[in-house]
Design a protein around this ligand. Structure first.
Ligand code: SF4
Length: 145
């Protein structure tokens, strides 16, 4: 079973109330081969919501801040934890997640200054899924699947 970002499956759960629909992901869900989850909604955030990015604090820890300066780290960690619980419940061996998200990003995330600049890194949910041994890809890898 594959875990996928809900916004890739057509769910309008992005921070701006939109989706990032990828027809191949929709097809996987419709065929019963994939389950769609949104870590940020699972963590308790509303849609739409203020955009968030990862920042590294003075102690070197990753924090998730929204564009209004509020620390949302706990909510994101809760969402990532629930996402991992679901992944384990469905015995997911792969996840296809939305690139660049502070939750779902896989290899690239925004740099924390809300200026559209990318740095290397994974979103919190992607990090935790990888730590469980789950293969994590992004929609940019769809052609390789
Ligand atoms: Fe999509 Fe993941 Fe952001 Fe939810 S948390 S909107 S699934 S990228």
């Amino acid at each position: 079973m594959i875990l996928v970002s809900a916004c890739l499956a057509g769910v309008a759960c992005r921070y701006d109330g939109k989706a990032n629909t990828q027809e191949k992901i929709v097809q996987l869900v419709n065929e019963g081969k994939a389950m769609a989850v949104c870590p940020e909604v699972l963590g308790g955030l509303e849609t739409p919501r203020a955009s968030c990015e990862q920042v590294v604090d003075e102690q070197g820890h990753i924090r998730i801040m929204n564009i209004e300066g509020e620390d949302c780290t706990e909510t994101f960690e809760k969402g990532a934890e629930i996402t991992c619980q679901i992944a384990q419940l469905i015995s997911a061996d792969m996840a296809i997640l939305k690139q660049r998200s502070p939750s779902c990003g896989c290899g690239k995330v925004y740099d924390g200054h809300f200026r559209g600049q990318l740095i290397e890194g994974d979103g919190l949910a992607a990090q935790k899924l990888k730590s469980l041994g789950i293969r994590v890809l992004s929609e940019e890898d769809l052609d390789t699947i």
